[in-house]
Ligand binder design. Sequence first.
Ligand code: ATP
Ligand code: MG
Length: 202
Amino acid sequence: MSEDQSKDASYKQRMQRKKAHIDSRIEEANIDKGIIVLLTGNGKGKSSSALGMVCRALGYDMKVAIVKFLKGVQDTGEDAFLVKQPNVQTVFMKTGFTWDTQDKEYDTAMAVKTWSKAQAYLTDESIDLVVLDELTYMISYKYLDESMILNTLNNRPKDQHVVITGRAASDTLIQIADTVSEVKDIKHAFRENIKAQKGIDL
Ligand code: ATP
Ligand code: MG
C-alpha cells in the first residue's frame, strides 16, 4: 500500500468511528420536551440569537411570544418585522435602560406589569416558544423576585420552549436552564466610535 493509500484508509477508518459515535449519541438523545435556552455574557449576539430561534420556530408554523424587558424604546428592525407575523405576539416593557429613567420605583412597577404578561404566556399551552429578552437584569436589579420567576418557569407547559437573554445571568437561572451559552466580548465596533448600525445592532 502506498503512503497516500494508507493515509486514505486511516482517514476513512477515523470517519467511520466518528460517524458510529455520532449516530449512537443521536439515538440515545430520544427525550422530547420544552427546553430553556439561556444566552448570557458581555458580547454581542444574545438577542439576535434568540430571534434566530424565533425564525426557526415560525418556519414550522409554531406560535411565538416575545417579551422584551428593559428595552423597546428604540424601534428595531426586528420589531418592524415581527409585528407583521401572525404567529408572533410581542410585549415591550418600553422603559429604556435604568440609567435612562433613573427611577427605581417606576422601573419596578413596569417590570412587574411586564412580568404578568410573560406569566400569561408561560401558562398558555398554545404558545410553543417564549422569548424573555433581557430578563436577567430584572433579577440582578431586584425588580422582580427570582423565586417567583423560577417557579413560573418550572411549572410552564411541558412542551414549551423558553429563550432567556441578558448579561450576568444568576447561578440559579444557569442551573434551571437546559442549554447555556456565554457570548464573549472580544471586540465591538461601538468602542471604535461606530454608531449602532441598522440591520446589525437594531
Ligand atoms: P444583539 O441584540 O445585537 O444580539 P445582545 O443582545 O448580545 O446584542 P445587549 O447587551 O442586549 O447585547 O445589547 C444590545 C445592543 O448593544 C446591540 O445594539 C449590540 O450591538 C450592542 N452591544 C452588545 N454588546 C456590546 C458591547 N460589548 N459593547 C458595545 N455595544 C454592545
Ligand atoms: Mg440583547
